[in-house]
Design a protein around this ligand. Sequence first.
Ligand code: NAP
Length: 205
Amino acid sequence: MKIAVVGATGATGRRVVKHALAQGHFITAGARHPERLSSPDRLSLVRGDVLSPGGLTGALDGVEAVISSIGPEKNLSPGALMSVGAVSILTECKRANVRRFIMQSGIGLSDGLELSCPSRFVVRVSGRIFTASVIDKALAERMTQKIDMEWVIVRPVGLLDKPAKGRYTAGPLARVAVLVPLSFDDCAACLLRAATDEPTGSEKL
Ligand SMILES: NC(=O)c1ccc[n+]([C@@H]2O[C@H](COP(=O)([O-])OP(=O)(O)OC[C@H]3O[C@@H](n4cnc5c(N)ncnc54)[C@H](OP(=O)(O)O)[C@@H]3O)[C@@H](O)[C@H]2O)c1
């Protein structure tokens, strides 16, 4: 498949690119500083800033699915990266006739109803600390849910640079353990699966 990864220089984005190449996909890596990535076969590098008007124009031509792993530098003062970024990416997806959009969000967007009491408590407390981040991501999620194309929102728990387990729990009603971090690699595998063979709808990882 032809897949674009926006935020390809990030901790998750890099792993999505790595997994996708290993599975034989053709990847467009969108990044503000694509020179930070090597470019093996089947990987095209595209420079793009989602906060610049038209910053992604032409970057998604010929792409079937787009995975967004963008994220703000500071979660306490996230600005409007996720919501403005979603507008940029979704606008370009529509222009380029992309079929499917995968958004990496966060468990903080869950209402917590499917979680255990301790996990729900953690989500609620962190929502009070990272309010601006939750609001910005909520706007991005809402725009994604309204777009007339296939989409999946993945809401990971905390992520760590640790060995992949090769398995994870995901799904709209997944009872994940919020305090048990997941490896970036397992998250990347889930995002890629959502782009290639998962049913659409809201996902929690
Ligand atoms: N890490 C966690 O524990 C965790 C847990 C749950 C959810 N999440 C969410 O998952 C997403 C990815 O997380 P991560 O830890 O992989 O993020 P990360 O390592 O901070 O990477 C963020 C990526 O976004 C890119 N980016 C930032 N501003 C941009 C802009 N204006 N235009 C284009 N690209 C831009 C960065 O590019 P540069 O390299 O140019 O800066 C980088 O590639 C975030 O939304 C995060 O909130 C993370």
